[in-house]
Design a protein around this ligand. Structure first.
Ligand code: UDP
Length: 275
């Protein structure tokens, strides 16, 4: 079985109120900043835990109890976007858990002398959640990526996680307000909804519509469908171990250079206390 995507990487790897956004959602849910087990970076409260603990202590019980959950795996780009856009910041702060993705977040926590236990790559967390869903026979919905990748994603999941029920899928090029998509997700009664629209769209879509759903763990996963399907391969383990996954991505997708500048700005702000 091509199970390269299960490789567990070793520690520390890479470097408006929103229109129509439900304010009820924000009032009803305690912002993640109230959790004591967090490290604050630019007003974003990162849960300080390991991937294993996150699964066992936080996510698995919520999935078992069908507690609705909004999970953000935030890298420096997400934190910088939140810094620049108050509406987006409010969305990220309304998540149940914000998880540190990106070596930059871990380094920033070290600089602030509030170390995080480990980096939790969103891609690896998605694979662990798929494993758990497979074990429990949960229903999963895959929202996002191009139509071609979306189709491949369903085939890849069916093949590698045979006990997952594919509750539905849709490509990611639609209007965030499109009621047909919301209806399709609601109708699917999915336990896990992976949203691969890239930032900020994925968090915006989740925050905007989560009140419509009865249950579900909602997680923005960026380019993870491209990675799991092998469309855009993940960096080789060697690069990952050297904390250079970000550089590998940059070399493969040079159009990302502007985004990498934001990561440098993030690091400089933390270093010089200009958060
Ligand atoms: N995408 C999408 N709809 C959009 C924009 C992007 O479905 O309107 C998808 C895109 O095809 C890709 C993912 O979202 O699969 C974003 O990937 P990227 O590598 O940019 O993710 P990030 O770096 O933001 O995690």
């Amino acid at each position: 079985m091509p199970d390269w995507f299960r490789e567990k990487s070793t520690p520390l790897i890479e470097v408006s109120l929103y229109a129509g956004y439900s304010s009820m959602y924000m009032q009803e849910r305690l912002p993640n900043m109230n959790d004591k087990n967090t490290v604050q970076i630019m007003d974003i409260a990162f849960l300080n835990t390991t991937k294993k603990q996150l699964m066992e202590k936080y996510l698995e019980p919520r999935l078992q109890n069908q507690t609705k959950t909004f999970l953000v795996t935030a890298n420096p780009e997400i934190v910088m976007k939140a810094r620049e856009d108050p509406a987006y910041k409010a969305i990220v702060q309304s998540a149940d858990y914000v998880i540190p993705d990106g070596i930059g977040i871990v380094k920033a926590a070290n600089l602030k002398k509030q170390p995080l236990k480990e980096r939790i790559p969103g891609f690896e967390l998605m694979v662990d959640l798929l494993d758990y869903a497979d074990e429990k026979g949960f229903r999963c919905y895959f929202l996002g990526a191009t139509a071609e990748v979306s189709e491949k994603m369903v085939a890849t999941v069916s093949k590698n996680f045979p006990d997952i029920v594919i509750a539905g899928s849709h490509h990611g090029f639609f209007d965030l307000d499109d009621p047909a998509i919301v209806e399709d997700v609601a109708k699917s009664k999915a336990d896990l909804i992976f949203v691969a629209l890239g930032l900020p769209r994925q968090e915006q879509w989740i925050a905007k519509h989560i009140d419509r759903f009865e249950k579900g763990l909602f997680m923005g996963v960026g380019g993870s469908f491209d990675t799991l399907t092998g469309t855009i391969p993940r960096a080789p383990q060697f690069w990952i171990n050297l904390n250079l996954e970000w550089l590998y991505r940059l070399l493969k997708q040079p159009f990302r250079w502007k985004r990498i500048l934001k990561v440098f700005e993030f690091m400089a702000r933390v270093l010089f206390r200009r958060e």
